[in-house]
Write a protein that binds this ligand. Structure first.
Ligand SMILES: Nc1ncnc2c1ncn2[C@@H]1O[C@H](COP(=O)(O)OP(=O)(O)O)[C@@H](O)[C@H]1O
Ligand SMILES: [Mg+2]
Length: 589
């Protein structure tokens, strides 16, 4: 139960509610434990002695105890719910905040489906145990001990019976517990797999339809769905044995107590009232053990969930800030930053892995536009992701104005960078809010200027509510090219010193591309406020760049201006010939 215990730090803010719940619980158990004693009194001093007054007063006391117990139970539940829900809320927030600190590498490892299951279903599972433990789990031991003490006081003989039973029950429960945990881990893992398939299918439902793969995908889902059902049935069946066996044990205990007590009463060593009270106490002592046994299922499930939650909370973001990060010197060029790659090597799976970039060296002077050209998979996106430290280099270094990016505060570094990622993701909200994402305080004029520069202004005005149009989930009511242009406007608006456009023109039609190209050309020619990295697959996109870097399988194959490369680089000549040789409208590699 190590993970659950560790999760208890999230209960701390609610410890006073928890303390209140536990106090009420003690009162509840006290009132409950009084009842057999009072029963004994009614039988021995009321019924057997023929005293109606004792019966009446004791009955009143019993009612009182029952009412107190009920009121306490209600208050206890309310407090427990408060603790449980507060706990769940805080854990969900902590998970969300943790995920925000993740590097791209962390995110590569934990899939969205996994994170969703952990933030919802796993948290709910642990929350249930937290609330339950304030109601049932902690009540049970108090109840057991209290009943044992009272049973010993009422009849020492019958107390021995309990002593014989306890080890049997403890053994049974521990065997179950040991076997249950891996099963519950299996169930949650399966739930994750189901969620991943589901999530992929919902996100990619259009692709599925386009390729008429509905049946295939439905089958894939069915497989995981069925596996989940089987695993659940397996666990439940396993537990189907536990609770009835416990009931059987308790019933055997009661029969034993009645048999022993009956003999003692006939022999005159116990009163009938004592026998009844003892049988009750015995039941009280055994019954909570059943409760605990019944909770073993959820408890192991919660332990499994807690360990999965902690796996996320414990994950080390591998892009970390140094304790004494440097500031970018104020003398850095206001026009744009100087960005340099020095002998950079990078592998996605760390040191031992297959490098995706090898020995890359290049320099972008302030205000320069560097075009990065290369086939799909040559490492273009990877290269530019190293600038804002989405990943850290495996070897060599990346510097901004001479400072290693690893020595800069992350927020400082990333505020210098405006980036339009290859896949333009928009958030649910208005077009304006999406453009203002990186600088919510930007004025209307600035938003429009950015949209104009990104060739987005015109089509935005043609949307039903212009800049107030709400773009749907993932921006589905916009075309890919429109989304990309909004993403470019979003990158321009932050007035970055380093502007990065990753394949921004790949999803737009030829006409838009020409316009966008135009806008980019103008940006390149007029505005030197930023150093630019423009990833492109098409030569037409790069003609005007100050520097063209041709990547080939992770290596710099050539570097220079268009004219230089056309003269000196065979690989560039090839690309040029294949693309411009037949009219310049070919899509690149
Ligand atoms: N997140 C990732 N994890 C592991 N490998 C990756 C990841 N992203 C890209 N790769 C691999 O790195 C190589 C370069 O990819 P990328 O930089 O995206 O190329 P490009 O942008 O030039 O098309 C490819 O072989 C690709 O499979
Ligand atoms: Mg790419």
């Amino acid at each position: 139960m190590r993970s659950l215990v560790r999760m208890f730090r999230f209960v701390r803010p609610y410890r006073w509610y928890a303390a209140g719940a536990l106090t009420l619980l003690l009162g509840m158990v006290g009132a409950d434990l009084l009842i057999p004693r009072l029963t004994q009194r009614i039988i021995d001093q009321g019924i057997a002695a023929g005293d109606m007054r004792v019966i009446a007063t004791t009955a009143l006391a019993m009612i009182g105890a029952a009412i107190v117990s009920t009121l306490f139970a209600v208050a206890n539940t309310i407090l427990s719910v408060r603790v449980g829900q507060g706990f769940a809320h805080d854990v969900r927030s902590a998970l969300m905040r943790k995920v925000q600190t993740f590097s791209f590498r962390n995110l590569d490892r934990l899939q969205t489906g996994q994170l969703i299951v952990r933030t919802t279903s796993d948290v709910a599972m642990v929350e249930m145990i937290v609330a339950m433990s304030l109601r049932i789990l902690t009540r049970a031991p108090v109840w057991v001990v209290g009943s044992m003490v009272l049973l010993t006081l009422t009849s020492r003989q019958l107390a021995w019976l309990l002593v014989a039973f306890v080890p049997v029950i403890v053994a049974l429960v521990s065997v179950f517990l040991a076997r249950a945990r891996p099963m519950f881990l299996g169930v949650q893992k399966q739930l994750e797999r189901l969620n991943t398939v589901l999530q992929e299918n919902l996100a990619g439902v259009r692709v599925v339809k386009a390729f008429v793969r509905e049946r295939h995908e439905a089958r894939r889902f069915d497989r995981e769905n069925e596996a989940l059902m089987r695993k659940n049935i397996h666990v439940m069946s396993f537990f189907a044995v536990l609770t009835p066996s416990m009931t059987l044990l308790v019933n055997l205990g009661v029969v034993g107590a009645i048999w022993l007590g009956g003999r003692a009463a006939i022999g005159g060593t116990m009163t009938v009232g004592q026998v009844v009270a003892s049988v009750n106490y015995l039941t009280y002592a055994l019954f909570p053990m059943m409760l605990i046994a019944g909770m073993m299922g959820p408890l192991s499930a919660a332990e499994a969930s807690a360990s999965r939650i902690l796996e996320v909370l414990d994950a080390e973001p591998d892009v970390r800030e140094k304790p004494q990060s440097q500031r970018l010197s104020a003398s850095g060029s206001p026009r744009g930053a100087r960005v340099a790659f020095k002998d950079v090597t990078f592998a996605y799976d760390g040191d031992g892995g297959e490098p995706v970039l090898r020995g890359v060296s290049l320099v972008a002077e302030p205000g320069e536009t560097v075009a990065i050209l290369g086939a799909t998979g040559s490492g273009k996106s990877t290269l530019i992701h190293l600038i804002p430290r989405f990943y850290d280099v495996t070897g060599g270094r990346v510097t901004v104005d001479g400072v290693d990016v690893r020595d800069l505060p992350l927020a400082d570094l990333r505020r210098q960078v405006g980036i339009a990622l290859q896949e333009a993701v928009l958030f649910t909200g208005t077009v304006r809010d999406n453009i203002r994402f990186g600088r919510p305080e930007a004025s209307e004029e600035e938003v429009i200027a950015a949209a104009q520069a990104a060739q987005a202004h015109e089509f935005i005005l043609n949307l039903p509510q212009g800049y107030d149009t709400v773009v749907g989930e993932r921006g589905v009511n916009l075309s890919g090219g429109q989304r990309q242009r909004i993403a470019i406007a979003r990158a321009l608006l932050v007035r970055p010193r380093i502007l990065i456009l990753d394949d921004s023109t790949s999803a737009v039609d030829i006409e838009t591309e020409v316009k966008l190209q135009d806008a980019l050309d103008r940006l390149m020619a007029e505005d030197h406020s930023a150093t630019r990295f423009v990833v492109a697959q098409r030569i037409s996109t790069v003609l005007l760049a100050d520097k063209i870097v041709v990547l080939d399988r992770g290596r710099v194959a050539a570097i220079g201006t268009h004219d230089e490369l056309l003269r000196g680089s065979p690989i560039y000549q090839d690309i040029y010939a294949s693309q411009l040789g037949n009219g310049g409208v070919d899509r690149g590699a």
